[in-house]
Design a protein around this ligand. Structure first.
Ligand code: MLT
Length: 413
């Protein structure tokens, strides 16, 4: 008889968003008439740019006339070139660091179905005994995937945690070389999920310097880069000098271009990231060719269209709209005496309840009394206990209604 992979036993009961989805389903079964407001998972509610959908349809029609079979497992050159020329080159030329000159070339870009899959699978590049470092709170995929790989104990005690606290403005420094174990694989997300706070250039540079000193590798999740407008905040880790020697970057079309349902993303592995004498780029190429036949042609055509002037403009408009909702939610909660934190750079509002409750107690209270779904902070890690995250990717009408219901709840309390 075959045994199961016992690393499953070190995982929590279920993945955070799966647990929330189950609670949502159970609530709706009990209250089918409820007007439930979902400010939980960061799922987009605006349409993808029209130019992308038109390209998708054109590509579908093209396949009727001249069928297209398997594509390259790492993605089509047309999309890789659009990412290099239309995204990275302009970023680097206006870079925050005056010395950086790195912009990836097409052979350093890998197309995938999502930053979730990339950030979950990239751990395959590294030795099992590598020490991982994550921020706390953090997007749970980073730790759960490492637990599945056998790198974490039950309870995940043996990871190195960089605490995101009110005191450090939710932007932690790298671990102290004197007091903490060396972090081999470092996961950073900026703007950060769940707090919405982004690393400044100076704060990110400290992490790059740490990785250079310790020969670590940073997996930089830039899924929320489309929302950055502050010129002092890097959208890409490659805006920091020498990052191309230590960093893999995961970019995504999901949040900025509303591709959550279409699925397309990329990751950059610079040729200069060499460990144990091997190029991580070559290893990932091999990994992709073994495990994937790539993302479908029409979806990659849709993603390519996002780099046209029309596509870029639509992404900017969508981002403005989500950030306006985030601002509204932020000030509304502040007026209701919730403790909210300044300057989120992504459409998430991270806050503390005005009453002392655990994150899950607050989740249940909001669900039962206000019919609002949010995401419990403790689901993102121990330092998230007592906090809750509201997603401003919800429809503006849902945000307005949620604020009214929260104010009523507050008056009743
Ligand atoms: C979130 O709500 O944290 C994210 O949307 C989940 C995801 O991207 O998988």
């Amino acid at each position: 008889m075959v045994d199961i992979n016992e690393n499953f036993l070190s995982l929590g009961k279920s993945y955070l968003f799966q647990r929330i989805a189950e609670k949502k389903t159970a609530f709706l079964q009990k209250h089918p008439e409820a007007d439930l407001l979902d400010l939980g998972i960061g799922d987009t509610t605006l349409a993808p740019p029209k130019v992308a959908i038109e390209a998708l349809i054109r590509a579908g029609n093209q396949m009727l006339d001249s069928p297209i079979g398997y594509g390259p497992s790492t993605g089509y050159l047309f999309l890789k070139e659009a990412i290099c020329n239309e995204y990275y080159k302009p970023l680097v030329s206006s870079s925050l660091s005056k010395t950086t000159s790195y912009a990836p070339s097409s052979d350093e870009v890998f197309i995938s179905d999502g930053a979730k899959s990339d950030t979950a699978l990239l751990e395959n590049l590294f030795a099992k005994e590598s020490k991982i470092c994550v921020c706390d709170p953090v997007y749970p995929v980073y730790v759960d995937s490492n637990a599945l790989a056998g790198r974490l104990d039950p309870g995940y005690e043996n990871a190195v945690y960089a605490q995101c606290t009110e005191e450090n403005g939710f932007t932690p420094k790298p671990p102290s070389s004197a007091k903490e174990p060396v972090a081999d694989i470092i996961y950073l997300c900026s703007p950060h999920n769940p707090t919405g706070i982004a690393f400044s250039y100076e704060a990110l540079k400290k992490w790059v310097d740490y990785a250079l000193e310790h020969k670590s590798v940073i997996i930089f999740d830039a899924a929320y880069s489309a929302f950055v407008t502050d010129p002092s905040i890097p959208k890409s880790i490659y805006e920091v000098e020498n990052a191309e020697k230590v960093a893999i970057e995961c970019g995504s079309f999901s949040k900025g271009a509303s591709f959550t349902g279409l699925r397309c993303a990329w990751c950059v592995i610079p040729q200069s990231v060499i460990r144990s004498g091997k190029s991580l780029n070559a290893l990932w190429n091999q990994y992709k060719s073994i495990t994937s036949n790539g993302v479908s042609y029409p979806i990659q055509k849709a993603a390519e269209a996002l780099f046209t002037p029309e596509g870029k403009c639509a992404i900017e408009e969508n981002a403005k709209s989500y950030m306006a909702s985030a601002q509204k939610l932020h000030s509304g909660l502040k007026n209701l005496n919730w403790k909210v934190f300044e300057k989120p750079s992504a459409p998430y509002v991270w806050c503390k309840s005005p009453v002392p409750l655990s994150s899950w107690e607050l989740f249940d209270l909001l669900l039962e009394k206000a019919h609002i779904i949010a995401t419990p902070g403790s689901g993102f890690g121990k330092s998230g206990e007592g906090y809750i995250r509201f997603s401003a990717f919800a429809k503006p009408s849902a945000i307005d209604k949620a604020l009214v219901r929260l104010s009523q709840l507050y008056q009743e309390a």
